[in-house]
Design a protein around this ligand. Structure first.
Ligand code: DP6
Length: 349
């Protein structure tokens, strides 16, 4: 084996349907969540690893974002890698040169932590396997990648699996774990395997409150306990709807989750909202379109102002027409990112 080598992965973002909002301890979620894995919105990350002359107690890395050194990202990544230094065998013994870029425009208002951290975690596990045959199967590798991704950013642990993933302990999900996500594609109606997800970029502004700060604000929120109970109950109903393909029930729960997430922000001890006037206008147009056309188009939101449009592939042409005629004008420079359910991380080299 040579002393310097390279691994490269692309890994996608995901859209939560039942939201993770509230955490404790070492990145444990207050409630279980489920997401659809996306396709076109991904991070592309490579890691070159070279043996260090002597092992250290802290990591040795260089980080480049879109080919430029980036001190802020590098510091974040160093902190993360130091926090897992005793869980990844080669972090003490190898110097890493990490390059990353995103398929979506920078600060397009798309959550990049899920794709970024899952891409890094996939590279780390692949390297562990190349150096020391660490995993008996691909399944075992993905399991650890999901665990490591979670420690970087909670939602990232769901991005390692194709189509859909569930993360978090739940009384009615036997395999559910707070430590890592589990694959969920095989339990779903086939309609979800090709589901569409178009993102309306209402604003590209940096968020006033980060997700991490938002999670922390759940700790003093008077509605916290009922919110976690609501998520637990909705999870059961959503899984049933996604198994049978009941799109009306699916959509009602998904829109309810998006609005509950934002309601929690508005009801925090230090209240805030990330919604913009055009977010509400888009929601109202989506609901009117659905009522008129009977097409099962529903929206979700992550912790930002940009609605995700969820609909079955068979309705693509009508929905695209509607976006062009009625929603594009509400978006920043008319920006809409077309995406769909995807197959998870891909090993490039
Ligand atoms: C609203 O995973 O970004 O998108 O664990 O602090 O990195 P950290 O937070 P993050 O939170 C995501 C919140 C959400 C809902 C979700 O993806 O489940």
């Amino acid at each position: 084996m040579s002393s310097s080598n390279k691994v490269r992965y692309t890994s996608p973002s995901n859209i939560a349907l039942i939201k993770y909002w509230g955490k404790y301890g070492r990145q444990y979620p207050r409630n279980a969540s489920i997401s659809l894995t996306l396709d076109s919105a991904y991070s592309d990350t490579s890691v070159v690893y070279e043996e260090r002359p002597t092992a250290g107690d802290t990591v040795s890395i260089e980080f480049y974002f879109e080919e430029k050194a980036n001190e802020a990202f590098q510091a974040k990544l160093e902190k993360y890698l130091n926090s897992i230094i005793y869980e990844v065998s080669f972090l003490r013994t190898h110097h890493l040169t990490i390059q990353s870029s995103n398929s979506f425009p920078h600060s397009a208002g798309i959550a990049s932590s899920a794709s970024a951290m899952s891409a890094v975690a996939m590279c780390l596990c692949r390297i562990e396997n190349e150096i020391g045959k660490a995993f008996a199967s691909e399944e075992a590798l993905l399991h650890k990648a999901s665990y490591l991704a979670r420690l970087g950013s909670g939602s990232a642990c769901r991005s390692v699996y194709p189509v859909a993933a569930v993360w978090g302990a739940h009384p009615q999900i036997e395999e559910g774990s707070n430590d890592h996500a589990i694959p969920f594609a095989e339990h779903l109606h086939p309609i979800f395997h090709t589901y569409k997800n178009d993102i309306l970029i209402i604003s590209r502004k940096e968020k006033k409150v980060s997700s991490t700060q938002g999670h922390a604000l759940m700790e003093g929120n008077v509605y916290a306990a009922s919110r976690y109970a609501q998520a637990e109950e909705r999870m059961v109903r959503l899984l049933a709807a996604m198994k049978s393909g009941d799109l009306e029930e699916f959509g009602k729960i998904v829109e309810g989750e998006a609005l509950s997430l934002h309601a929690m922000m508005m009801a925090a001890e230090n209240p805030f909202t990330l919604l913009e006037p055009n977010t509400l206008e888009a929601i109202s147009r989506i609901q009117a379109f659905r009522a008129d056309s009977q097409i099962p188009l529903y929206f979700s939101l992550d912790a930002g102002p940009n609605p995700h449009l969820l609909y079955p592939e068979e309705h693509s042409s009508q929905v695209k027409e509607f976006i062009k005629n009625e929603l594009k004008a509400l978006c920043h420079n008319g920006l809409v990112i077309a995406d769909q359910v995807g197959q998870g991380p891909k090993l490039i080299s």
